[in-house]
Design a protein around this ligand. Sequence first.
Ligand code: AMP
Ligand code: ZN
Length: 460
Amino acid sequence: MSIKFYNTLSRKKEEFTPIDSKEIRMYSCGPTVYYFAHIGNLRAYLFMDNLRRVLKYNGYNLKHVMNITDVGHLVSDADEGEDKMMKAAKRENKNPFEIAEFYMNAFLADIDKLNVDRPEIIARATEHIDVMEEYVKKIIDNGYTYQTEDTVYFDTAKLDKYGVLSNRNVDDQKAGARVEFDQNKKNISDFALWIKAPENHIMKWDSFFGKSYPGWHLECSAMGYKYLGDHFDIHTGGVDHIPIHHENEIAQSKGFCGKIPANFWMHVEFLQINGGKMSKSLNNLYTLADLEEKGFEPLVYRMFNYTSNYRAQINFTFEAMEAAKVALSRLREGYLKHQEGTEDVSDEEIKSYEERFLEAINDDLNMPVAMSVVWDVIKNPNKSKKLQNLLLKFDEVLGLNLKDYQKEENVLPEEIQKLVAERNEARANKNWAESDRIRDLLIEKGYTVKDSKEGTIVEK
Ligand code: AMP
Ligand code: ZN
């Protein structure tokens, strides 16, 4: 069945055909690791993961790269403000390399909890400075840059057109330019490729430009080229990347080899909170840990995201999270009923569910429609293992870990299992005082304790 994706480049849904039928090459803009990811950021990676899963469900292999920005991203995407890593280092009184290490690990732990499959290649900018240097030198040699004392700029006027994604051009920008734009730039859309490091700047490298560091946009072009070549299938990011970061990536790639690097440009819309923006000052910026603290396991947040298509804004409320929590537990209950079922369903019925599901996901990842098929399977009055297996198959795309789900009452928490083992050992050693102590502890924790020939039996 054909796959259709909305392509920001053409502003329409297009049929997706891979460049190489065996392997799809894809690049996703990853996080800037200067703080914990908030749930809006995490929506972007859930989208990226669903895209991966849909492609795999269709039988494709993937070579997928995601970058970790640990240098060079200024507070504004357009060369303004402080470096995000340096700012965080000051805030936490640490070295920016420590900041990057800590928040990168926190980010990876978050996406693991959300059951996001890690891309085949996770590339840290600071480990690719040499790759970026080679890349920028070629752009310079090709005549697309100019230089001030401390910055190498990309000259966007040298392009046939700048702004192919957002459909702008440099002249419009000049006409509408705000007066305060960096006077060193020839055109407002020009941007820094390489920057000389001020004395107190910690993240700097020896390069053709002295002690210096790369501009933020460069890493994606250089690392994308290194791992995926100069022309690959899909590039993803958030909608905020369209007007600057991705335009600049395209500009760099044109300056480097004359090509737009990817065929498909896919962008995920923003998560809103109570109908507005998430921000620290409004005290409505949540992390995954905040949701866990409020009693929502990470997969509930994944479930919540399936109420909307990735191209639509989604409004986060705790009421909606409660609804997602209930929905996830109903889904698990329904799955278990099919697991225990003994009835039969026809192959035609299974096939019809499969077709509807595939049609939905291949229609630009239409997860709300795909979920409606899942619910039809759950609600099927014939409880059947065939339907259980079908749900497991759908879960390859949903990523809700249905296969790991067992009724809670059947599984004792690890801590209790450990106490039971210790009590059995104490009894075997005729250490009655220890055995009684553990029994009392188990009772205190809300369990009944019975002794049998096979050992201690506990029940909640
Ligand atoms: P950053 O770490 O700031 O570079 O952002 C990481 C990713 O999160 C980018 O792809 C952004 O487009 C995305 N992003 C930031 N805020 C939101 C939001 N509120 N909703 C969805 N995605 C977001
Ligand atoms: Zn990028």
